[in-house]
Design a protein around this ligand. Structure first.
Ligand SMILES: Cc1cc2nc3c(=O)[nH]c(=O)nc-3n(C[C@H](O)[C@H](O)[C@H](O)COP(=O)(O)O)c2cc1C
Length: 328
């Protein structure tokens, strides 16, 4: 029987059995690109309470990003087309890693490359650097060696990027999948087989908006990614489907704003969640989600958050059923 005084363990291991573990103090992370490099928020709240911080996606060279307009509101979310503006891996390692090394909260470096070689090169720059607890591969990047098809939409290229990164670093590897694909299980299985320790499911949905007065797309780069509450039911289904197809931890991401949202993803099979767009309107959303998850556990006499992972799955879906979908 759990009483008000029993400690509740919210701890999550995102890389059980990996060369190096990735233990989060609680399952609530902040999503790449929506929390900058984390420094800015140290003045807003105690970021050391977060389960984990994922940096802005960082590439080999710094990038200026897309021309304006880069963001637009939608009825239940937002569109963004930042174009991967970032400081580049050299500055990340030189200027920010020493700060991260003093933080209690695990910091995961989000990385990207336009070729598999570039993914590996960026990952190798993180090797042996104090301050990083893991690496997240943003697979929503056009592969210049395969006609610009996104890595996340090409199971072979995604697997090759993960395999090359796993040879370049001993850090735990999270592969961040794209939702812009018919069946996410195929890429999910391919990247796990290639060495991903955990999966993040997923990223923004491809979208756009039209300006009636100017009679042209609202967004400078024409297309954008949809994030926020509109994404939640789609992302929830994808987490449910992927969690049933792999046996590594899954991180849910897409439209999560509250503890209730986070718990839905956990019941669907996510071991942790990432909160993105919600922090733009409420920077304290991740902290409120942590407190709310703990309150739920207390109220429902849950001692360990792991007890809830997948607890909402239909009985037939509780075990991975790899035979249902072939790898290719
Ligand atoms: C302004 C903005 C910038 C983003 N930049 C990145 C990025 O650099 N790398 C990445 O993997 N995802 C990026 N994302 C996607 C988020 O990390 C997240 O996967 C997505 O927004 C869905 O979660 P949400 O609905 O909670 O925001 C960005 C999202 C937004 C809104």
């Amino acid at each position: 029987m759990v009483t008000m005084t029993n400690p509740i363990s919210l701890e999550v291991d995102l890389a059980p059995g990996a060369k190096r573990s990735l233990i989060l103090p609680n399952p609530v992370m902040v999503a790449s690109g929506t929390f900058g490099y984390g420094i800015e928020y140290t003045k807003v709240f105690d970021i050391q309470r977060l389960g984990g911080i994922v940096t802005k996606t960082t590439t080999l060279a710094p990038r200026r990003g897309n021309p304006p307009v880069r963001i637009a509101e939608t009825p239940a979310g937002m569109l963004n087309s930042i174009g991967l503006q970032n400081i580049g891996i050299t500055a990340l390692v030189r200027d920010l890693a020493p700060v991260y090394a003093t933080w209690k909260t695990p910091v995961v470096a989000s990385i990207m490359g336009f070729t598999v070689g570039e993914y590996a090169e960026v990952a190798s720059r993180l090797e042996g650097i104090e301050g990083f607890a893991g690496v997240e591969l943003n697979l929503s990047c056009p592969n210049t060696e395969r006609g610009g098809v996104e890595f996340g939409q090409d199971s072979e290229a995604a697997a090759e990027a993960v395999a090359r990164v796993s040879r370049a670093t001993t850090l735990p590897i999270i592969a961040k999948l794209t939702p812009n694909i018919a069946d996410p299980r195929i890429v999910a299985r391919a990247v796990v087989e290639a060495g991903a320790d955990a999966l993040c499911v997923g990223n923004t949905l491809q979208a756009m908006a039209m300006d009636l007065e100017r009679r042209r797309p609202v967004i400078g780069a024409t297309f954008a990614g949809l994030s926020g509450p509109a994404l939640k039911p789609v992302a929830l289904r994808q987490v449910y489907v992927v969690a049933g197809a792999v046996d590594v931890p899954v991180i849910g991401c897409g439209g999560i704003a509250t503890a209730r949202d986070a718990l839905e993803f956990i019941l669907a099979g996510a071991s942790a969640v990432q909160i993105g767009t919600a922090t733009f309107t409420n920077p304290l959303a991740p902290i409120e989600a942590i407190d709310g998850i703990e309150a739920y556990c207390r109220e429902h006499e849950i001692c360990r958050i792991g007890e809830l992972v997948g607890a909402g799955r239909a009985p037939a879906d509780r075990k991975p059923r790899p035979e249902t979908v072939p790898l290719k």
